[in-house]
Each structure stands twice: as structure tokens, then as C-alpha cells.
Design a protein around this ligand. Sequence first.
Ligand SMILES: [Zn+2]
Length: 320
Amino acid sequence: MIDFPAAVVEAADFYDKHYTGVWNVLLEPYMRLMLGNAERPRHCRFCGKNEPAVTFRSKAHALPAAFGNMELFSNYECDACNHLFGDGIENQLGNWTKPMRTLSRVSGRNGVPTIKKPGPGKGWRLEYSNTGFRVKEYENEPSFEVDEKARRVCFELHRDTYTPVAALKGLVKIGLTLIPDVETQHFRETYDWIRNTDHSRNFVAEFPVFRTFIPGPMPNDLVVLMLMRRRAETDTVPYAFLVFAYGNEVLQVFLPSIFKDKCINGKPLQLPAFPIPSAPNPARYGKPIMTVERLTGREPVRGEKVPAAFGFDSIVWMKP
Ligand SMILES: [Zn+2]
């Protein structure tokens, strides 16, 4: 029997009492899943239009390809919405998650993303190949520090420019793609909000994203997606959540429904993050770390630094 920490047991009880899982899937490499039926004429759940007013020629990713070679598509996203999201909020989510995808070795369309010094000219870079991570730096411009005693290499990575609320819309979009058809009626305003390219529009007052970082070696080619809906007998918690786990990161995002969340309007949200039952060897790598991300900023964030650390077993000195 595994002894779970008290906080994990408490959070598990909380979710069991207030929520029911409506959809969950473990995505493995190259598995192919198509959501929604292919019957014509098709209907786009994002803009609400039908064929032939809109077309459905491109394959619409339910999960952006940046998160791995998983083939999860939907039949209910029209080409116009697909392009709108691909060039906009999915790109923004991609920028926000890039350092974590690199550190987790998550391979997207063009492999594991490389992170390099911003701007023109040469500079440090962190890249991953089959043989491991490779860091390049220049003598007069150190990019990492080696702590031999603690056996850690510490970096300050760089995040590409992103607009927080646009990255948040990218996360919410994944949830709104996965929810069953019968639920879409409760999210009409939320669909309009994610389609709106004017990110200055206010939507809901509280919009928590729980982020859990799981230290240590985690599989880099699996994704877990879970949708939770409030139980019918409760009205004290948000209506729906998406839990999205990839690499070393678990993101839990609130899927606001103007109609279904009326009952919690004006009340402060107090709820634990969805529990992470296990982490690889916490004694060696540390315990999962939970933070609440406030992805509500409406202005582009430029040059954000992302601290990161790798542990190592030994150092091998090589001749230059
Ligand atoms: Zn559409």
C-alpha cells in the first residue's frame, strides 16, 4: 500500500465529493483519435456556423502539435477557426510553455524546441538531441552556473514574447474542444471570448490556473487530458475544469461558464489543486511544486526569465 501525503488525500476527497470526470484520456505516441462524427453537413462549435458557410478541409488538432506527436483531432472546428487559433492563441500558449516543453524533452513538429539567447547575433543556446541536452555558451557571457556540491546546473532560460491572457485562451480552447456536445450550450460566451482577438476584453473576475511541476525524470511522450464537471448536487465550486499533464508539468485550468457559474459569482474561490498522486523518487528529486498562475495580463510580456535547474551525477572534463 502507498502512503499518500495528507494534502493529497484531502484534495482527492474534495474532488471526489464535488466533481465527476466527464472525459479522460491517456494519449500515447502516434495514437490517433478523432472527436465528433464526420457526418455532413458539419457544424463548427467555435463559431457556430455550418457547412457550406464554412469549410472543414484541414485537420483540426484538439491538442496543439507542439505537445507531442499525438494525433487528436476534431471534426467540429472549421478551417477559419482553425487558422484563427493556430496563428493566435495556440501560438501564444506555445510560447508560454516552450521552456517547460524543452526541459521536459517534449518533441513537437520540429523536435524538442531549442532555447537560445534572444535577439540577433550569436549567444547561448540550450538544445536537446538523442544524446542528451547540449548547452553552448561564450566565455564572456556565462549562461549557467554549476554547483558541484549540490550537483546542480542552474540556468536562466528565456521565454518568447507572449500575452498571458492569450495563452490562457489557448488552454481554455483545449478544454472547450474536449467537452461533450451536450455541454457546449453552457459555454457560448466562453467560445466567443476565445475567438475574440481583442485580448483586452474582461471576462471573469477569478481565473485560476494551477500549475504543478513534477521534478525528476518523467515520460516525454505521454499526455493526460481530463475534464471534470461539478456534481449536480453541489453549487459552491466552479462548473468545469481541464487537467492537462505533459512531461514534468500539470496544468489545471478553470473552464468558465457564465450560466453555470452564476452560483459562485462574487464568492472567493477556495479550492485545492487536483492532486498529483505520485512523483518519481521525491527523496532524490524533490516533491511536486504547485503554484497558481495568473494568466490574466493583457499586454505582451517580453524577455521573461525562467529559472531552471538540472541535477547531475558526475562531471567529466573533456579536452577543448
Ligand atoms: Zn468555426
